[in-house]
Design a binder for this molecule. Structure first.
Ligand code: ZN
Length: 402
């Protein structure tokens, strides 16, 4: 019988992590009250001043802990994490998703174990260890805990970065979540793809379903859909031809909503189709828009294109011009960790930070672990969690002293 589990069970850092996981900050309609109380208590234990601010409304708090640097005039660092987690289907879980049960292998099961209460809690644990060693950072380090990342960040980070409080923090660099890795190598995310939510409205000849009308909405939809699917296929091929690529390296396009018609024997005058498109950083965005507009024209007119959402790509430089990255990379190298830089397949709060012109990188110290974010039986092994604390113990000084 391995004694590791007994050690992990009595480990103070593991206990704090489990306590955080047991607070059900789950969508929809998250109640952050208990979470904020927990974090305030953690800040007090760490001896860090804490502010709770409400950039949007009282029910959407942002918790900010401040670790004053030796040279507070320098741009600061934020270690960001989101407090919320996505919904669960409890019947699909082996253990209670808010129980933080540790099994014989040291796997801690809970929603948020990977995404991303682990990371938020590891930041605090690393600060605790660093403070105990007598270390003080050169730059001021903030630990920020934001709400509602999982619903797009509109009620959280998006507004937080626009406010006076954030301006007063004089942020130079942000570290936020990445994704677990199933092999040895850790991905570091430096960009997200351009996100479009595109609505196409196809107008056409209406009438009885027994006839052969010209210029129907259905034909126009079919023409454009066919072109879009062929374009999508080129991206599938591209990904297949480049084994080292991941989905964030290509453009993805999916039909997500389709609406039209009221009765089965009436040809509808209008069909509306909504697409989720994520454009690779290497793809010319304007060229793609022109191409889609051309296909709409070729379909015979009466096709309207509008953007429900259009978020331009923002990228953080990962070269010699970014001293924070150089510091972080050196720290990762000194730990002997293998890393690879990547474009994030989805969207995170780093987007809003980059949009302010502030470099932001995404990294989660989780390797050799199944990627279970948003999935049933999300778990993190206790040894992986504890190792992650050591990783941040190295990275925080590497970045904050750069
Ligand atoms: Zn997340």
């Amino acid at each position: 019988m391995c004694t590791c589990r007994e050690q992990w069970k009595s480990d103070e850092e593991i206990k704090i992590f489990q306590e955080y996981l047991r607070i059900p900050t789950v969508h929809p309609d998250v109640d952050y009250t208990a979470c904020v109380e927990f974090l305030k208590r953690q800040a007090s234990n760490l001896g860090l001043p804490v502010d709770v601010i409400h950039p949007v409304m009282p029910s959407k708090p942002v918790v900010v802990m401040k670790w004053l640097g030796k040279i507070p005039e320098l741009p600061s660092i934020i270690l960001n994490s989101h407090m919320d987690v996505v919904p669960v289907f409890p019947e699909k879980w082996t253990h209670d998703p808010f129980g933080a049960h540790m099994d014989d292998q040291g796997r801690i099961y809970a929603r948020g174990a990977q995404d991303m209460k682990s990371v938020g809690c590891q930041y605090m644990a690393a600060v605790r260890a660093l403070k105990a060693s007598g270390y003080q950072p050169r730059r001021t380090v903030y630990l920020t805990f934001v709400p509602d990342e999982e619903t797009g960040g509109d009620m959280g980070m998006a507004e937080f970065v626009k406010g006076d409080y954030f301006k007063g923090m004089n942020v130079g660099f942000s570290l936020d979540e990445g994704i677990a890795s199933e092999n040895e190598s850790y991905p570091v995310f430096y960009a997200e793809r351009t996100l479009w939510h595109l609505r196409l409205k196809f107008s056409g000849h209406s009438g009885h379903g027994s006839l052969l009308h010209k210029d129907t909405a259905g034909e126009k939809f079919h023409y454009v859909m066919d072109k879009l699917i062929k374009f999508r296929e080129t991206q599938v091929q591209l990904l297949a031809r480049n084994p080292s690529w991941e989905v964030g390296d290509v453009t993805t396009l999916n039909l997500t909503q389709l609406e039209g018609g009221t009765q089965s024997n009436v040809v509808p005058p209008l069909i509306e189709a909504v697409f989720d498109v994520r454009i690779a950083v290497t793809q010319d965005e304007d060229a793609l828009e022109r191409q889609i507009r051309d296909w709409c024209d070729e379909a015979g007119g009466g096709v309207e294109l509008d953007f429900i959402l259009r978020c331009p790509a923002v990228e953080t430089k990962i070269d010699a011009s970014n001293p924070y990255w150089l510091g972080m990379k050196q720290g990762l190298d000194e730990l002997g960790l293998i890393t690879h830089t990547r474009v994030f397949p989805g969207a995170t709060d780093s987007y809003y930070v980059r949009r302010m012109g502030i470099p932001a990188l995404g990294f989660s110290p989780i390797n050799n672990t199944p990627v279970l974010l948003h999935n049933h039986d999300e778990y993190l092994r206790a040894d992986t969690y504890l190792h992650g604390i050591q990783v941040y113990r190295k990275l925080i000084p590497a970045i904050a002293d750069s």
